[in-house]
Every structure is written in structure tokens, then in C-alpha cells.
Write a protein that binds this ligand. Structure first.
Ligand code: TRP
Length: 336
């Protein structure tokens, strides 16, 4: 594959340590992509503040934690640019320009924003920065001329909205100033939280990539299976069963998992046996990550350096995009 064909751009809000849902949903794919294309990962601290303005110190503290998570799972800073959103003022300027192209009605229709407003119990007292974060995310994507965005399916409306802005800009300019972006979805379906609801740190139904063995055990023990599957001999449901969702995502022994599913469906396989297997599988996934993470997070200077270098590289790209977009709005530099 040609390495110049695509620009991969994606990001994470530094609101806490990354969890297994992130690993299956997008981190593994990014590790693949860094070998094929130019890739940037944005630590989206400004976006995190849109609904965490009350705890800025925590957001700031989590920035380096996310960098540590990236390195621990195998993101290679020599191949992937890791950049800090707030260190790229061009992205904020792009946001301000794009805000003129997006109506409040359109923002309120964004399904992801809608769902998040409900989850957080916001009504009309929603922070306006939060309502507008899809516009800032469009600045993130276009600020790198991103064409591929590896994300979970909840982010599809963001990419759609970004592409609408791209089309507006290109129409205004009468030529292609910015490329449209395509999502890359993970092959596994979105992992649920232990309780079967959306996986979310605030719902406390996830397990982090640096979880201890005991935390993994507690997480698996709390998993929702099939309430009508009381005895091992009872036939059970695989559909909607959280334990099987995680086995599907992380257990490489596909044939054995298929066999377990049919035994479970017929009756004769207990939840305890199934959960014991999952604990082992997850321990196998997390243990090496936990180890590398302990190593890299001990060296904050190194983490800061990675982020500083990545942000400096990113600044060159984002400034050049801003220059092009300013011209579309007939803004001319006064001093140069
Ligand atoms: N909104 C994304 C999330 O919550 C994070 C994000 C910020 C992002 N900027 C981005 C994703 C740009 C893709 C592209 O997961």
C-alpha cells in the first residue's frame, strides 16, 4: 500500500485511563495503521474540558496517562505522531471559523451529542462548548487533512458533520481545499460494559488497560450473563451475554469459543467455568500492557518529551491548513 495515499487522524479525550473497549474498538487498528500510513493521535484535552470544566486538574493529569496507554499498547512514537490538542492553537482558530457554517439545530440533531446530553442529564444548561464539540472535532480532522479516522461507531456522526463542513469550505473556495474523511470501524462490534450498558468510565462498568489481576476478576465477576441461566444444565443465551462479547473480542481460539457457545445454548456449561476462561484470556491481554505501562509511566520526562515533539511536528501541518482556510474566509495575515 502506498504510504502517502492516506492521512490517519484520530483522538481520545483524556478523561481517564483507556479501557478494554478502546483496545478492541480502535487501539489495535491504530497499531496496524501506523505501519501503512502517516498517523496522528490527538490527546483531545480541550474536548475533554467541554464537559469537565469543573475538574481541569484531572484532565491535565490524564494527558500523560493517555500517552502512557498509547505507548503501552504498542503505538510507536517514531511512526505515530502523538500531539496535544491545546498545544495546537490553529485547531481552535479553525473551530471559530467553522462555527459560522453550522447551525444550532444541526448540532442538536447530532445523535452522539444527543445521547451524551441524555447520559449526563444536561438539558438547556448544556455548556455551549459541549454542544459545539463536533465542530472542534471537525477542526481536529481537517487540521491534519485527515482522510481516515479509526473510531468506534458512536463517532460516525462526527465524521459526517466534519465532511459537511469540508464540503461547505470547498464550495466557498470553488476548489478542493480540504479532503473528506472516511471512518474505519473496528471489526468487532462495540463492546458493552459489564452490565450490558454502554461501556463508560463514569458508569464504572469497564476495566482499564492497566488493571490488576484482582480488578480483572472483579470486572468479570460483575458481568451480566443470562438471568434465566440459573444452573449449568439450563440452556443459556449467547446473544446479549457480556462474557461472550468479550470472548469474541479477545479469545483467539475461535473454534473453542464456537464450541462453548453451542454448549451454552444447549445447556451444560456454567457461568463460572465460562468466566474463569475469560479471566485467563483478559489476563493474557492485559498483563503485558500493564507491565509496559508501569515502565513508561515511571518516566514522566520521557512522556512529556514524546508529546512535545509530536505537538511540534503537528503544529507545522495545522498552521498550513489554517492558512488555507483563512484565505477561504478572505482573512489576510496582517503581519507577514
Ligand atoms: N470524540 C472522540 C471520542 O470521544 C475523541 C476525539 C477528539 C476524536 N478529536 C477527535 C476522534 C478527532 C476522532 C477524530 O472518542
Amino acid at each position: 500500500m502506498t504510504s502517502f495515499a492516506h492521512v490517519v487522524l484520530t483522538g481520545d479525550r483524556p478523561t481517564g485511563p483507556l479501557h478494554l473497549g478502546h483496545l478492541a474498538g480502535s487501539l489495535l487498528r491504530r497499531i496496524d495503521l501506523q505501519n501503512q500510513f502517516a498517523q496522528t493521535l490527538l490527546v483531545a484535552d480541550l474536548q475533554a474540558l467541554t464537559d469537565n470544566a469543573g475538574r481541569p486538574a484531572e484532565v491535565s493529569e490524564n494527558v500523560l496517562q493517555v500517552v502512557a496507554d498509547y505507548l503501552a499498547v504498542g503505538i510507536d512514537p517514531d511512526r505515530t505522531t502523538i500531539a496535544l490538542q491545546s498545544g495546537l492553537p490553529a485547531l481552535s482558530e479553525l473551530t471559530v471559523l467553522y462555527l459560522n457554517l453550522v447551525t444550532v439545530a444541526r448540532l442538536e440533531r447530532n445523535p452522539t451529542v444527543k445521547a451524551e446530553i441524555e447520559l449526563r442529564g444536561f438539558a438547556r444548561d448544556i455548556p455551549s462548548g459541549f454542544l459545539c464539540y463536533p465542530v472542534s472535532q471537525a477542526a481536529d480532522i481537517t487540521g491534519f487533512r485527515g482522510t481516515l479516522v479509526p473510531v468506534g461507531d458512536d463517532q460516525l456522526p462526527m465524521i459526517e458533520q466534519s465532511n459537511e463542513i469540508v464540503r461547505r469550505i470547498n464550495r466557498m473556495a470553488g476548489r478542493e481545499v480540504l479532503p473528506e474523511a472516511k471512518p474505519i470501524l473496528s471489526t468487532t462490534t462495540r463492546l458493552p460494559g459489564a452490565d450490558g450498558r454502554k461501556a463508560s468510565k463514569s458508569l464504572k462498568n469497564v476495566v482499564t488497560l492497566s488493571a490488576s489481576t484482582d480488578e480483572i476478576r472483579a470486572f468479570v465477576a460483575s458481568m451480566y450473563t443470562d438471568p434465566s441461566h440459573q444452573r449449568a444444565s439450563d440452556p443459556g443465551q449467547v446473544e446479549g451475554n457480556v462474557v461472550f462479547a468479550y470472548l469474541d473480542a479477545f479469545d483467539d481460539r475461535r473454534e473453542e469459543v464456537a464450541e462453548l457457545k453451542s454448549r451454552y445454548t444447549r445447556g451444560g456449561l456454567g457461568d463460572v467455568a465460562l468466566k474463569t476462561r475469560l479471566v485467563d484470556v483478559l489476563e493474557g491481554v492485559i498483563a503485558p500492557i500493564r507491565e509496559r505501562r508501569a515502565k513508561v509511566s515511571a518516566d514522566r520526562r520521557y512522556l512529556r518529551e514524546i508529546l512535545r515533539d509530536g505537538t511540534a511536528r503537528a503544529r507545522a501541518v495545522t498552521s498550513s491548513v489554517l492558512k488555507d482556510v483563512r484565505a477561504v474566509f478572505a482573512l489576510r495575515p496582517l503581519f507577514d
